[in-house]
Write a protein that binds this ligand. Structure first.
Ligand SMILES: [Zn+2]
Length: 291
């Protein structure tokens, strides 16, 4: 079964698209939580694992989860969060604290949260980012939840936080941008870390690249997928220990369609079959999210 470790919930998603997939949606605001939780209830009640996919039956039981957290981008002053309100760190933290206080069983993980130092605006918001991240680590520890981490130009902070991250049931570095050596180093520090990678479609019309044969979708359009997440992503996907690898579609509009292509691209990098990789990532998803 295909597992999607991190996907941003979108209003445009249709339940049928997620047939036979196990997914963890992430919600970053009260409104997004409400909608993602409702969609998840529909998916789980419709038994997405046994519906018909692409002309055949999906194997196993699909399952949908929702994580909740404050994305670093929502902490920049003047930014607009998913509810359309101006960024207000304390109000956002209160939402998450209340959600866990009343609905902890429904929250699969805390996050996506983390530290992003990619732009001057994000750098200026570092104190707010650190404050929100520390609070979210505390919440994850208190409710024994996995933590889903967004990390951009900030890997050193997670080494500093290692003693606290080590206490969590698991830590999922989504769209992991670091090196393979840094993965090993985070694991060596006792963090129960998983590293998740996504992909994006590369559209080609009527041609192939490097003599390869991309997937054919529709009459003329040809698509292939590249693993996304910085220059080290392909190396990490190829060489990570099998028990630490996850795959995802993150914020892609075409999440359900993209996921099989991400698995094919990753299987190619690892030199194995898609079905082997499905089993590996399925087991990792189960352990990472404590199912
Ligand atoms: Zn994300």
């Amino acid at each position: 079964m295909l597992t999607n470790a991190h996907v941003h919930f979108k209003e445009t998603f249709s339940a049928a698209d997620f047939c036979g997939q196990t997914v963890c949606f992430c919600a970053g605001s009260a409104e997004e939580w409400k909608r993602a939780a409702e969609f998840t209830r529909v998916l789980n009640s419709a038994d997405i694992g046994t519906c018909v996919v692409g002309g055949g039956s999906a194997s196993g039981e699909g399952r949908a989860l929702v994580s909740a957290g404050l994305h670093p981008w929502s902490l920049v002053p003047g930014s607009v969060d998913a509810t359309g309100g101006a960024a207000n760190v304390d109000a956002q933290l209160s939402w998450l604290t209340e959600l866990l206080a009343h609905n902890a069983a429904d929250v699969a993980a805390v996050g996506e949260c983390g530290i992003d130092l990619y732009t001057p605006e994000l750098k200026a918001a570092l104190p707010a980012q650190l404050h929100a991240f520390e609070k979210q680590m505390e919440l994850a520890a208190r409710y024994e939840k996995p933590l889903v981490i967004h990390c951009r130009r900030s890997i050193q902070y997670f080494f500093e936080y290692a003693p606290r991250l080590q206490k969590l049931p698991s830590v999922i570095f989504h769209a992991y941008p670091g090196t393979l050596a840094e993965c090993e180093s985070l694991l060596w520090r006792g963090i129960n870390a998983y590293f998740s990678f996504g992909g994006s479609f590369v559209q080609k019309v009527g041609s192939t690249q490097n003599g390869e044969h991309p997937e054919v979708h529709g009459a003329q359009k040809m698509q292939t997928v590249v693993i996304r997440g910085g220059k080290h992503a392909a190396e990490c996907v190829a060489q990570l220990p099998a028990d630490r690898l996850l795959l995802e579609t993150d914020a892609a509009e075409s999440a359900a369609e993209l996921l099989p292509a991400v698995f094919r691209a990753a299987a190619k990098l690892r030199g194995g079959s898609v079905s082997e990789l499905e089993a590996v990532c399925g087991e990792n998803f189960r352990r990472a999210y404590g199912l």
